[in-house]
Design a protein around this ligand. Structure first.
Ligand SMILES: *[C@@H]1O[C@H](CO)[C@@H](O)[C@H](O)[C@H]1NC(C)=O
Ligand SMILES: *[C@@H]1O[C@H](CO)[C@@H](O)[C@H](O)[C@H]1NC(C)=O
Ligand SMILES: *[C@@H]1O[C@H](CO)[C@@H](O)[C@H](O)[C@H]1NC(C)=O
Length: 392
């Protein structure tokens, strides 16, 4: 990165940090015609909650950094505020990723709700208005990551997230999750009997996201919709033909809506059923290739092969650089892990906390070439230059 990039990025961070109101003009004014298109020849680099290895997750800074580092998609989790606004936040509670503990004015909001069958205590996003949520500062989830940005950025809305993607200097896709839909629909009510899923799709449509996977419309504004709840994916398949990805949790977790086990939802018959609604699955990587207690990997399962046999893409989560997340097969080197998953297991997309590392790995092993459009522009330019020298 050049020093001028560092300076402009720092200024952007300062702007974002100081502003409580939306920074981005809605809708985006950037013209899509001249942007570099999305690469589709190598596995997607999906920036998990933004570049959250560097900045607090799901903040404007994390997303802008991920775009700068080469993300194909920026990934987010959509939850709702008490007053029905859609926000980017992973946990249903605010405790682990904001400075809520320092806001004594909200101390009495701490409560216990059943979330996916488990009594959970904390400060829940569904008990705060958007204005109140905006008064909180985001903080880094993991103590071993950079803490210097804690409290500097606010929670952003789904619409602000979309405008960050649309304002990117090249085509950058979005990868939003319908997060905890059973819980959100229990606690937040929208007018006219609308559900969380309706608001979610309405927002995507408002900003022009439409079209089936790799259609012309989709390539202009790429989006994958993800959820762990199959009924949400099936419900929204009536509302939009945007591609959907079915997330699959750990082997011990039952689906939040249909209460099905991991083994049921990864069976051949279930894949045959769900493939009519989704273009891919998003499993936890440790269920595809499970580690042993000594932290070396076992033989890979046949899940990727069975998904690919049904034309389903496989986008596993989550790739992280730190030693504590790397299995010993990889000599604590994230590049070796990427090589294993991309070249041995053959996956189609990767959710990573470190978009820059994945981008460097991919540029090193299968660099981006000029797109067709750029090539023909370049040829025209060369032709017009040399035409001057051609004798008539
Ligand atoms: C949650 O806690 C309440 C109060 O202690 C208890 O009555 C209830 O059974 C618990 N629910 C679950 C799902 O554990
Ligand atoms: C989809 O729409 C059709 C026609 O309106 C309706 O019959 C069906 O129940 C809907 N499916 C879901 C899953 O909502
Ligand atoms: C979900 O299914 C499991 C296994 O059949 C069962 O033990 C559990 O009670 C069910 N949970 C709910 C909420 O129905």
């Amino acid at each position: 990165m050049t020093s001028s990039c560092v300076v402009s990025f720092t200024i952007l961070l300062l702007l974002v940090g100081c502003s409580a109101r939306p920074l981005y003009q809605l809708p985006s004014k950037t013209d899509n015609k001249y942007k570099h298109s999305l690469q589709t020849f190598r596995p997607y680099n999906v920036a998990h909650r933004g570049s959250n290895g560097e900045f607090p997750e799901e903040t404007a800074a994390a997303y802008m950094r991920a775009i700068e580092e080469g993300a194909d998609f920026i990934e987010t989790d959509i939850l709702a505020s008490k007053d029905g606004h859609l926000i980017c936040h992973h946990d249903v509670t605010l405790d682990d990723t904001t400075d809520i503990a320092e806001h004594s004015e909200f101390a009495n909001r701490k409560t216990t709700y059943v979330v996916q069958g488990v009594n959970t205590t904390g400060y829940f996003t569904v008990d705060f208005t958007l204005e109140e949520l905006k008064s909180l500062g985001a903080k880094q989830r993991y103590p071993f990551r950079d803490q210097q940005y804690n409290g500097k950025f606010s929670i952003i809305t789904f619409e602000e997230f979309i405008s960050i993607a649309l304002d990117a200097p090249r085509v950058v896709g979005i990868y939003p999750e319908i997060k905890n839909p059973v819980f959100v629909n229990q606690h937040v009510k929208w007018s006219g009997g609308q559900r969380f899923e309706d608001k979610f799709v309405e927002t995507l449509k408002k900003y022009g996201y439409k079209g089936s996977y790799k259609s012309e419309g989709w390539l202009k504004q790429p989006a994958f919709i993800q959820s762990f709840a199959p009924t949400s994916l099936i419900y929204i398949s009536n509302l939009t033909d945007l591609p959907k990805v079915f997330l699959i949790d750990d082997v011990t977790i039952f689906t939040e809506d249909t209460n099905q086990s991991y083994w049921e939802i990864t069976s051949d018959s279930y894949f045959d059923f769900i493939k009519d609604y989704v273009v891919g699955i998003g499993p936890w990587k440790d269920t595809l290739v499970a580690p042993q207690t000594n932290n070396y990997l076992q033989t890979p399962s046949d899940l990727v092969a069975r998904a690919h046999a049904r034309n389903l893409e496989v986008h596993p989560y989550t790739f992280r650089n730190e030693n504590s997340f790397l299995h010993l097969n990889f000599n604590q080197d994230p590049y070796i892990e990427y090589d294993y998953w991309i070249n041995k297991i053959g996956i189609d997309g990767l959710f990573t906390d470190f978009t820059g590392s994945l981008h460097n790995y991919q540029e090193w092993t299968s660099p981006l070439s000029l797109g067709d459009e750029d090539e023909s522009k370049l040829l025209h330019k060369i032709a017009s230059i040399i035409s001057k020298y051609i004798r008539k």
